[in-house]
Design a protein around this ligand. Structure first.
Ligand code: NAD
Length: 298
């Protein structure tokens, strides 16, 4: 069993750290939120007073933080972990950040004698809780292979997408597609509802027809259709609108840098940004369903 430091115990990191502890690893954790720390402790992790306190005698450091600047702060900031970790430690960042930041971070950690892989995830909060996440890794093949010792306690599919940063590129491609599916599914459900259809019946029809997709399978955006989906829990506790807007921004940056054509990704970025500006940034991203409600006819 491994000694692991885990930083960032939010909607995703909390259950991921709990699954590591459940598998028998020793997991030293830190989060800025005291309630998140207390919950992790109740689930078998060792709560620490700072990120620096987590990295005593650890083989692996895992981070699950919101965005680029949080990750850079934790590793390279004033009290950054880069200067405190023992040479050879494998750093596994599971946050969704830009590929460029991941590559820069990997290079700087290497100067401190550390190893790094980017390992963003797919599967949502339900996947984090069930330990069935998909890890999409970038970095040296031997480091990705070694990381399986801990990743397998949290997920069931572990892909090696390529060199450092490649995991992030694959991840933003996936999330750009997910945003398009979520908006499209929401539109279809609202259109059917506006014409008197029952959302449950319409969902089942589309699920068994050519419109079938992941949002209909496990994450229906219409309240009441799927008991465990965030839509049926007031759009709380899933993947925030602001985080989806962040990922779509990363996708557009990558598209600009490469000249790739992403009209649908650009549209969903604008929809999610504007939904956030209307005050919905801290809701689950399926709440976009409420943005595409039919307007009253003139
Ligand atoms: P979250 O906002 O629920 O959790 C982030 C946690 O990081 C919070 O508990 C916060 O207190 C903590 N944090 C921030 N700065 C910190 C610091 N300096 N030191 C310690 N803790 C710090 O976010 P989340 O939903 O868990 O997502 C985390 C990452 O995973 C994001 O990059 C997101 O894009 C990605 N992701 C999320 C989902 C999802 O369904 N929620 C799915 C796949 C990927």
């Amino acid at each position: 069993m491994a000694n692991v430091a885990f930083i960032g115990l939010g909607n995703m990191g909390g259950p991921m750290a709990a699954n590591l502890a459940k598998a028998g690893h020793q997991v030293r954790v830190f989060d800025l939120s005291e309630s998140a720390l207390a919950q992790a402790e109740a689930q078998g992790c060792i709560a620490c007073a700072s990120a620096a306190d987590t990295v005593v005698d650890v083989d692996y450091v895992i981070s699950m933080l919101p965005a680029d600047h949080h990750v850079l702060g934790v590793y390279l900031g004033d009290q950054g972990l880069a200067a405190q970790l023992q040479a050879g430690t494998l750093v596994i960042d599971c946050s969704t950040i830009s590929a460029e930041t991941a590559r820069n971070l990997g290079a700087q950690l290497q100067q401190h004698g550390l190893r790094f892989i980017d390992a963003p995830v797919s599967g949502g909060v339900a996947g984090a809780q069930a330990g069935t996440l998909t890890f999409i890794c970038g970095g040296a093949a031997d480091a990705v292979e070694e990381a399986k010792v801990v990743l397998e306690a949290m997920g069931k599919n572990i892909f090696h997408a390529g060199d450092t940063g490649a995991g992030q590129v694959a991840k933003i491609c996936n999330n750009m597609l997910l945003s398009v599916l979520m908006v499209g599914t929401s539109e279809a459900l609202q259109l059917g509802r506006a014409h008197g259809l029952d959302e449950r019946v319409l969902s089942e029809i589309m699920l068994q027809s050519s419109g079938r997709n992941w949002t209909l399978e496990v994450y229906n955006p219409c309240p009441g259709v799927m008991e465990n989906a965030p839509a049926s829990k007031g759009y709380q506790g899933g993947f925030l609108v602001d985080l989806m807007a962040k990922d779509l921004g990363l996708a557009q940056q990558a598209a600009l840098a490469s000249g790739a054509m992403t009209p649908m990704g650009s549209l969903t970025l604008n929809l999610y940004r504007s939904w956030s500006q209307l005050g919905h940034g801290q809701e689950d991203f399926s709440s976009i369903f409420n943005y595409v409600t039919p307007k009253t006819k003139a």
